[in-house]
Design a protein around this ligand. Structure first.
Ligand code: AMP
Length: 114
């Protein structure tokens, strides 16, 4: 998508603090971190939100979640744990319309969210 900010990070048109990249996904630090560890894992393919996921894309989401927990552990969250969040559309608090999994850790997080 031409005007999607995360697609622009994928294409290298705007900078991102990349943590991990392969053929199908990219992980990078959130520009406005809400916790000591806060990064995003996204599919490189533009999927607007999790409710737009096609059935044959479900395994990709599994691989994204698997990589997210691996990276969380590598960034120091193995013992304390982390939160893995996918916001979806307006009521879910989604502000960037490109599917992304937040990973937040490094401190105790409250629940439920506001
Ligand atoms: P959401 O509200 O779930 O759509 O989350 C979008 C997240 O993307 C927010 O936490 C933003 O801080 C983050 N974000 C927006 N632009 C960038 C960027 N250029 N690089 C890294 N993170 C970004």
């Amino acid at each position: 998508m031409d005007d999607c900010i995360f697609c622009k990070i994928v294409r290298g048109e705007i900078p991102g603090r990349k943590i991990y990249e392969d053929d199908e996904m990219l992980a990078f630090h959130d520009v406005n971190p809400a916790a000591p560890v806060h990064f995003l894992v996204i599919p490189k393919r533009h999927i607007p939100h999790v409710m737009a996921l096609e059935k044959d894309e479900a395994p990709l989401l599994g691989r994204i979640l698997y990589k997210a927990q691996e990276l969380a552990a590598a960034l120091g969250c193995a013992e304390g744990g982390a939160r893995f969040v996918i916001n979806c559309k307006a009521d879910g608090g989604q502000t960037v319309d490109h599917l992304h999994c937040h990973v937040l850790g490094g401190r105790a997080l409250g629940w439920p969210p506001g």
